[in-house]
Write a protein that binds this ligand. Structure first.
Ligand code: ADP
Ligand code: MG
Length: 223
């Protein structure tokens, strides 16, 4: 069975005349060792879909299974645990803590998840690849959008998660950096056997994907 499996997922926001159907009967699955790219314009429901896959919000109907476990049948605590141990989230808002410097963003992860994180050496290698190894003493407020985006990516990969969910991970990056990030995400899938899902409107990531989908008018189509 695929590590991520969505069946007949629906999601709407609002009520009555204000009701907007965002996701309509979504069927989707993703395997380890593959990078799946979900393309769609702004407002098409990409972030909604990704946060439902990661259990940060729930579908109105349908089934979401991660690693064979039905998210709806898990307690909030079990879902938290699954997110911590199995899923690396790269959110659109970066989600870095403003009062911690870059080095401490990783130390904080160590306190929440004590085992199975990257070694010091592997982390430094990753930071070098991303061109942010010289920023360890800087605070998020001192960094550019692109630098924060790469720190957020490194932090998500630091826990060595089985599943990587990335929301617009290249939105703030120039073309050279897009290639670097695309290659790292591809390597995570190919060499480290992770399931990587990227939602974006950035067509520059196409060449790194094993599967490409289009999210449009609430419907997901394979391309
Ligand atoms: P994308 O990430 O593709 O830009 P989103 O998933 O953020 O799209 O949003 C899809 C649609 O759902 C948008 O019309 C947005 O306004 C709406 N939406 C998203 N979250 C909420 C919410 N919590 N409450 C009401 N509407 C929402
Ligand atoms: Mg979004």
């Amino acid at each position: 069975m695929a590590v991520i499996e969505l069946q007949h997922v629906n999601k709407a926001f609002g009520a009555g005349l204000n009701r907007v159907s965002v996701l309509h009967n979504i069927n989707f699955s993703a395997d380890q060792g593959e990078l799946s790219l979900i393309l769609g314009p702004s407002g098409s429901g990409k972030s909604t879909l990704l946060t439902i896959i990661g259990g940060l919000q729930t579908a109105d109907s349908g089934k979401v299974q991660i690693d064979g476990q039905n998210l709806a049948e898990m307690s909030a605590k079990q879902r938290d645990r699954l997110r911590l141990t199995t899923i690396g989230f790269i959110l659109q808002s970066y989600n870095l803590l403003p009062y911690l410097n870059v080095a401490d963003q990783f130390k904080l992860v160590d306190r929440v998840k004590r085992q199975g994180n990257l070694s010091k050496k592997a982390l430094l290698q990753l930071l070098k690849e991303l061109g942010i190894d010289n920023l360890l003493n800087h605070f998020p407020g001192e960094l550019s959008g692109g630098q924060n985006q790469r720190v957020a990516l490194a932090r998500a990969l630091y826990t060595d998660p089985q599943i990587i969910l990335a929301d617009e991970p290249t939105a703030a990056l120039d073309s050279d950096r897009v290639q670097v990030v695309g290659k790292i995400l591809q390597k995570m899938a190919k060499n480290h056997h992770k399931a990587v899902i990227v939602v974006t409107h950035d067509l520059r990531l196409r060449r790194f994907a094993d599967h490409t989908y289009q999210l449009l008018d609430g419907k997901l189509r394979a391309q």
